[in-house]
Design a protein around this ligand. Structure first.
Ligand SMILES: [Zn+2]
Length: 170
């Protein structure tokens, strides 16, 4: 089992606390089989709390993603780390006080038999305007990397640019 963290960073203007809009957000990831080292050709979705049964003999408990490698036929699985009050499934991202975009962990996944090698920011995200506290609940990224809007109450433009992510060992 390998514990992998998805870290993200972005240039954010007048917004903070970026995270997927709901807990049951489906994260789209690129996987690689650790037996034959082949990458799965398409992105696959993994959702916290899916409670899928593992079919492999001897495997216990439930998981959030089960796959069979189309090349070597081995089964692999991945599961989000159980949330705690301090570390929810999705940890909100904010830039540092002095406005620097730094890598921060968004979520942690236990991977068995697979490596996670990519991701895409699909679906709906949420963030909060730092001036007025206005919540933006329908953030969708153009090209998976950019979002712009206007904070009416704070009378400032808001944006998220250069969103990127990477998987690291947690
Ligand atoms: Zn394989």
């Amino acid at each position: 089992m390998t514990k992998l963290a998805l870290q993200i960073k972005a240039q954010m203007e007048n917004v903070k606390d970026l995270r997927p809009s709901t807990d049951d957000y489906i994260l789209m990831v690129k996987t690689k089989c650790i037996s034959c080292r082949e990458e799965h050709p398409r992105l696959v979705g993994i959702k916290p709390g899916s409670e899928l049964e593992m079919t492999k003999q001897g495997a216990r408990g439930t998981t959030d993603l089960v796959m069979k490698c189309q090349f070597c036929k081995r089964e692999s699985s991945a599961k989000f780390e159980e949330p705690t009050p301090k570390t929810p499934w999705w940890r909100p991202y904010s830039m540092s006080e002095d406005g620097v975009a730094e890598w921060q962990t968004l979520c942690v996944v236990d991977a068995r038999g697979m490596d996670l090698v990519g991701w895409e920011a699909e679906g709906t995200w949420a963030c909060t305007a730092s001036e007025s506290g206005t919540k933006f609940e329908e953030v969708e990224f153009d090209d998976g990397t950019e979002w712009t809007d206007y904070d009416e109450k704070g009378e400032v433009p808001v944006s998220i640019m250069e969103l990127e992510g990477r998987w690291v060992r947690a």
